[in-house]
Design a protein around this ligand. Structure first.
Ligand code: UDP
Length: 250
């Protein structure tokens, strides 16, 4: 662990990857807004995805829905939980379509693949078909989470990354890695360059929910936590530069 001012040590340079999954929360699409999609912010993320594609990577995306609807909020307001969760999953489909449009307008082919079949809108999830899309250089945007209530899109990201044999899961956040407390409110927050799944679970570090971390641990899927606010941050990490925290076995 180092403080937030230190440079990334060489020991945690990101290895070169062939196939990765990038998890983007719905909130990351809001930009300065309180709700919904902020087109320039979506465009900025799409540009980073296209830059990675241009480096020759096969790319999976999972996008959350928190900028539109969260099941827990719905159920807190008296809505039946599973219905609220399905609304959350539908929100992720809208975000996926928005990201599809932004990426395709930059000349890269994509497919939106939904865990809940909706044939007029996007493809249903068929694992072997999705693998073929990746092999053909199409960006696969996985929508509707796992298709099941009581889960999150972080768990969906870990699940799809494992199913697609991704070598790493890139988790985009508001800050440049994992801290022991919120660096926006605590200037003394300590930053990790590298941390194990077990420490994340034991210390309840805010990386992803426990189900997602446990699934990543069981499948030995490395998680790279990075800042989405850094223009070009994602391609920089893939070039062995930039700041991130690596979550992996100890
Ligand atoms: N959701 C769900 N099952 C899943 C994935 C998502 O029920 O497999 C619902 C859940 O209600 C969640 C909402 O979809 O609150 C939006 O997803 P999430 O909160 O993970 O989005 P993010 O925080 O990444 O924007």
């Amino acid at each position: 662990m180092t403080d937030s001012q230190t440079d990334q040590p060489k020991s945690v340079e990101a290895p070169s990857y062939k196939r990765v999954l990038i998890k983007i929360s719905g909130e990351a699409l809001m930009g300065t807004q309180q709700f919904g999609l902020h087109p320039p912010t979506v465009a900025g993320i799409a540009e980073q995805v296209v830059a990675l594609h241009d480096l020759g990577l096969e790319i999976c995306l999972v996008i959350g829905g928190g900028n539109i609807f969260r099941g827990l909020q719905g159920s807190a307001q008296g809505m039946e939980r599973t219905t609220a969760d399905y609304m959350g999953m539908l929100a992720t489909v809208m975000n996926a379509l928005g990201m599809q449009s932004a990426i395709e307008s930059r000349g890269v082919d994509t497919r939106v693949i939904s865990a809940i079949p909706m044939d007029q809108v996007c493809e249903p999830y068929i694992r072997r078909r999705a693998v073929r899309h990746l092999e053909k250089g199409r960006v696969c945007i996985f929508a509707a989470g796992t298709g099941n209530p009581y889960f999150t899109t972080d768990t969906a990201a870990t699940l799809r990354a494992s199913e697609m044999s991704c070598e790493a899961l890139f988790k985009g956040t508001q800050v440049d890695g994992v801290y022991d407390s919120d660096p926006k409110t605590n200037p003394d927050a300590k930053r990790y360059d590298q941390v194990s799944y077990d420490v994340v679970l034991r210390d309840n570090l805010k990386v992803m929910d426990a189900a997602a971390i446990a699934l990543a641990r069981d499948n030995r899927l490395p998680i790279i936590v990075f800042s989405l606010g850094e223009p070009g941050g994602l391609p920089a990490i893939l070039r062995g530069e930039g700041r991130f925290t690596l979550v992996e076995p100890s």
